[in-house]
Ligand binder design. Structure first.
Ligand SMILES: Nc1ncnc2c1ncn2[C@@H]1O[C@H](COP(=O)(O)OP(=O)(O)OP(=O)(O)O)[C@@H](O)[C@H]1O
Ligand SMILES: [Mg+2]
Length: 412
C-alpha cells in the first residue's frame, strides 16, 4: 500500500503521538481510514519512545487482528521498520537500528487471550474494533498498562447502539476521562473517491446506514426492515422465467417450520412460494420425513442449486442428505450480518416477494428490534413470529453475504 497523503483527520491521529493525553478514541464510518492511520501512529509512537518493551494489538480475534491490522501494516511501502511476525506466538517484533519492541496480537473474543494478557506488562494497547470486544477484556488489557506513566491507549470502532458499554464508558465520557475523541467519516479517507463513497452508501440501509455511513451511535428500534415497501417489493409473479433456484429453511420441532422457494429473474431474486407449518397450532408434529416430502413438493420440477437449512437442524440436514436429491448447506446464522445483508438487498431491489407468500409478508412488518435488549446495548430481533424471517436471512447470507462478514471485513 502506498500512502502519499493523510487527511486532516488522520493527521490528528499522528499528532497524538506527541500529545500529553493517554487515550485516543476514533469512532465513525466504515472505510474512513481509522485503522491504517492508527496502527501507523501507534508504531511510530512506540518505536520513538520505547525500547525492548511490550505492546498489545487487539482485534476481535487474533485472526482478524492479523488480517485487518498486521497485513495492511506489512504492506505499507517505505516504512523505516523491520517487521518480523511469529505466527505460532502471535508476536510481532519491530526493529529500527538498535531499537526493538514487541507487539502481542490478541483477540478480545478469544478465550485464550484473557489468560495470556494477564501475565504481561504493556506500555500501550491498540484496540481495533473495540465495540466488538467484551468490556472485561478491554479492562484487563488497560490494567496491564498502569505501571507506565507514559502509556497510551488507542481505541477505534464503528458505532453500535447508544447503550453499548464503549459508548457509555468512553465515547460519552471522553472529556471527563481526558481522552481525545475524533469522529471519522468516509471523506476523511484520502483513498475514497466520491464514486467509492456512493457505492459504499448503497451497501447499507436503515440503522446500519446511520451507524456505518453516518458514524452515529443510534438505537436499533422499531421495524428491522423499515425499507420494506409493499408497492416496491411485492409482485404477483416474476416478469419472466427464472434461471436459478434455492430453497431456504428455518426448522422447528416445537416452533413452526418455514421453507422459502427462491428463483432468479433478471438479476432479482424472487421469493416464489413458501411452505409454513406450525405443529403447535395444528396440534400435530411432523417428522423429518414428512417435512422432506413437503420440501420435494415445494421444489417442484426445476433444479434447486441448494437447500439452505437452519444450522441447528442436524436431523433435518441428515434426512435431506440421505435422500441424495438436493445439495444441502447449513445456513450462516450470524444474525446481525444476515439482517444487514437482507436490508441492503431489499433497499437495492435485489429481493422481491410474490404475493402468495402470505406468512413471510405477514412477518415482515412485524419483525422488530428487541427494545429491552437495546437498552442493555445489544442488537437483537424480537423472537416472535420470525420463522420466515430466519429463512430469509439464511437465503440472503448464502447469496449476498460475503465470507467473514462483519464490520471488520466491511472495512476490508
Ligand atoms: N492516507 C491513506 N492513503 C492511502 N490509502 C488509505 C489511506 N487511508 C486509508 N487508506 C485505505 O483505505 C482503506 C480503508 O481504511 P481503514 O481500513 O483504515 O478504514 P477504517 O476506518 O478502519 O474502516 P473500518 O471501520 O471498516 O474498519 C484501506 O484499504 C486503507 O489502506
Ligand atoms: Mg478499521
Amino acid at each position: 500500500m502506498r500512502i502519499k497523503t493523510f487527511s486532516k483527520k488522520q493527521g490528528q491521529i499522528l499528532r497524538f503521538i506527541e500529545q500529553p493525553e493517554i487515550t485516543l478514541i476514533c469512532d465513525g464510518a466504515v472505510r474512513s481510514g481509522k485503522t491504517v492511520s492508527m496502527i501507523l501512529a501507534y508504531m511510530i509512537w512506540a518505536m520513538s519512545h520505547f525500547d525492548r518493551t511490550n505492546f498489545a494489538i487487539c482485534g476481535k480475534t487474533v485472526r482478524s487482528a492479523e488480517r485487518n491490522i498486521l497485513m495492511p501494516l506489512q504492506s505499507i511501502e517505505g516504512l523505516p521498520y523491520c517487521l518480523e511476525y511469529k505466527v505460532s506466538k502471535s508476536i510481532l517484533t519491530v526493529r529500527c537500528g538498535k531499537i526493538e519492541n514487541y507487539f502481542y496480537l490478541f483477540g478480545g473474543k478469544d478465550e485464550s487471550s484473557y489468560m495470556l494478557i494477564q501475565g504481561l506488562t504493556l506500555a500501550g494497547v491498540l484496540f481495533d474494533e473495540v465495540a466488538l470486544m467484551p468490556r472485561s477484556f478491554v479492562d484487563q488489557a488497560i490494567a496491564r498498562t498502569l505501571t507506565y506513566s507514559n502509556r497510551k491507549l488507542w481505541f477505534n470502532c464503528n458505532p453500535e447502539g447508544p447503550q453499548h458499554w464503549f459508548n457509555q464508558e468512553w465515547v460519552l465520557k471522553a472529556k471527563e476521562r481526558g481522552a481525545r475523541h475524533l469522529h471519522f467519516l468516509m471523506d476523511d479517507n484520502p483513498a475514497m473517491t466520491p464514486e467509492g463513497i456512493e457505492e459504499a452508501k448503497k451497501e447499507f440501509s436503515g440503522v446500519f446506514y446511520d451507524r456505518y455511513i453516518l458514524g452515529l451511535w443510534v438505537l436499533a428500534e422499531g421495524r428491522i426492515y423499515d425499507m420494506f415497501d409493499k408497492t416496491k417489493h411485492v409482485v404477483a409473479a416474476p416478469p419472466g422465467p427464472c434461471t436459478q433456484y434455492y430453497i431456504s429453511m428455518d426448522y422447528g420441532t416445537q416452533n413452526p417450520t418455514a421453507m422459502l422457494l427462491w428463483g432468479k429473474c433478471g438479476g432479482v431474486w424472487y421469493m416464489l412460494r413458501e411452505y409454513y407449518y406450525s405443529g403447535r397450532d395444528q396440534k400435530a408434529q411432523k417428522t423429518d420425513e414428512q417435512y422432506y416430502a413437503e420440501l420435494v413438493k415445494l421444489a417442484g420440477d426445476p433444479p434447486i442449486r441448494a437447500v439452505i437449512v437452519d444450522p441447528s437442524a442436524a436431523s433435518m440436514i441428515a434426512t435431506i442428505r440421505q435422500h441424495g436429491q438436493f445439495m444441502v448447506r447449513p445456513a450462516d446464522n450470524a444474525v446481525l450480518d444476515g439482517i444487514r445483508v437482507t436490508a441492503t438487498a431489499l433497499s437495492s431491489g435485489k429481493i422481491k416477494i410474490c404475493e402468495c407468500c402470505a406468512n413471510a409478508l405477514e412477518e415482515l412488518p412485524g419483525y422488530v428490534w428487541d427494545d429491552k435488549a437495546a437498552q442493555r446495548g445489544e442488537d437483537k430481533p424480537l423472537k416472535i413470529n420470525d420463522h420466515a424471517m430466519d429463512a430469509l436471512r439464511y437465503f440472503s447470507m448464502e447469496v449476498f453475504g460475503r465470507p467473514n462478514p462483519g464490520p471488520i471485513t466491511i472495512g476490508g
